[in-house]
Design a protein around this ligand. Structure first.
Ligand code: ACO
Length: 373
């Protein structure tokens, strides 16, 4: 028994090491790897221990074409454990299929040929509309946005969200075969770098990251009813276009690929989504679904920078003398908040910038603390 246990130890490997993600482009003769990185998480696929049992020299290689993210999964190993009793090697094909869409399980030579000889790559433009372009460290980037009801957006997202279990903790990929009126609620943002293509046939675009957002609408007021907010309002009258309903915008998935992290792309993507929210008369505020710590940092920093000039301009400060001059010793224990800070003014700023109340209070606190002499 002991010897089998010891052997089993040797047959286990770290799933985060075994999985290799690569971004590929056509080269002169064959595909070249533009980027190679490991996942941050694999627990949703391989269990909390993030271990794979039963292989030596295992590599689960996920390839993505740089521009359109055409995906392929390829498994290789030196040796596979021969089942003893209950102990058997992890069934990789079966385990992976719960998380990686069927389209990724093509033969490697077919995939290589398709990407290498893709005649349309050189003319590729990201789906949707160009909503922002910027330069950073002498490199050019573009943010594109489109409705999930657009099949080109939907197809690209189907590939992009293969990244979800590997990088977004507790994230789940979107179900993409929902009816059109549901897909219409979603806008997807894609960040791309404009590059000099490695060959004349290759694409000028390199995928950097993406975000999905959806409308979380307010229940329309019935005649005479107060504007109560109800979130669970299915079934919804289908004849109403969601894009015209007063709603909140919610950011769902948000990802910048590892080699591009920490360079400001996340902040710029968030600001672009925020600006679109401000410009859209039907959206009242921007919210985020299950943000992690890193995203909270990004959001705080971005919102602070957005609000700072406005809060300064309107000279928002704590009233140093909230008590009437003649209050003497009979000072009230509690003064109304509006005596301490200009709540009405603040409420206007909040709705103008469409920041959710808790987040706004948080940013305001940061701002006021900084103003204490
Ligand atoms: N941990 C803590 N803070 C971080 C991290 C991190 N891993 N990465 C960036 N930050 C901070 C930076 O210090 C910066 O703050 P500053 O402006 O005060 O210096 C701020 O966040 C923004 O930095 P950017 O360079 O704009 O951020 P980046 O482009 O790297 O994007 C993101 C940040 C989205 C978290 C990216 O690292 C990522 O995609 N990570 C993996 C996936 C993930 O965690 N997504 C968010 C899940 S929550 C959701 O989906 C709603």
């Amino acid at each position: 028994h002991h010897t089998i246990m010891a052997d089993q130890g040797d047959w286990s490997c770290d799933a985060n090491d075994a999985v290799q993600i690569s971004i590929v482009q056509p080269g002169d003769q064959k595909l070249v790897t533009a980027d190679l990185f490991h996942p941050q998480f694999t627990y949703s696929i391989f269990g909390d221990e993030e271990q794979i049992f039963g292989y030596k020299g295992l590599i689960v290689r996920l390839r993505f074409a740089a521009h359109d993210l055409r995906t392929q999964v390829h498994i290789s190993y030196d040796e596979k454990f021969k089942a003893v009793g209950d102990a058997a090697a992890t069934d990789l094909n079966k385990t992976l299929r719960d998380w990686i869409p069927e389209f990724a399980f093509t033969r490697l030579p077919d995939y290589e040929k398709a990407v290498q000889n893709d005649e349309s790559a050189k003319d590729f433009v990201p789906p949707g509309k160009l909503v922002h372009s910027y330069e950073s460290k002498n490199r050019n980037y573009e943010i594109w946005a489109g409705s999930l009801a657009d099949p080109a957006v939907c197809n690209l997202l189907a590939r992009a969200q293969v990244f979800v279990p590997f990088f977004i903790e507790a994230g789940t990929p979107l179900v993409l075969d929902d009816p059109e009126w549901t897909l219409e609620r979603w806008t997807v943002y894609f960040v791309y770098e404009r590059i000099t293509p490695p060959t004349p046939k290759a694409s000028k675009y390199l995928f950097v990251g993406y975000s999905t957002t959806y409308r979380w609408w307010f229940y329309p007021k019935q005649k005479g009813e107060k504007g109560a907010v109800k979130d669970d309002i299915f079934p919804y009258p289908e004849e109403i276009r969601f894009s015209t309903l007063p709603s909140r915008l919610r950011i769902a998935q948000f990802l910048i690929l590892p080699s591009h992290q920490g360079a400001g792309h996340g902040s710029l993507l968030y600001n672009t989504i925020h600006k679109a929210t401000i410009a859209d008369d039907t959206v009242t505020e921007i919210t985020v679904e299950d943000p992690n710590e890193a995203f909270d940092v990004l959001r705080d920093s971005a919102d602070y920078h957005t609000l700072y000039p406005e809060l300064m301009k309107q000279d928002i400060n704590i009233n140093p003398n909230p008590y009437p001059a003649d209050a003497g010793k009979r000072r009230p224990r509690n003064v109304p908040t509006s005596t301490l800070i200009p709540t009405e003014k603040l409420s206007k700023i909040r709705s103008q910038y469409k920041i959710a109340p808790t987040q706004f209070a948080h940013i305001l606190e940061m701002f006021l603390l900084k103003r204490i002499p």
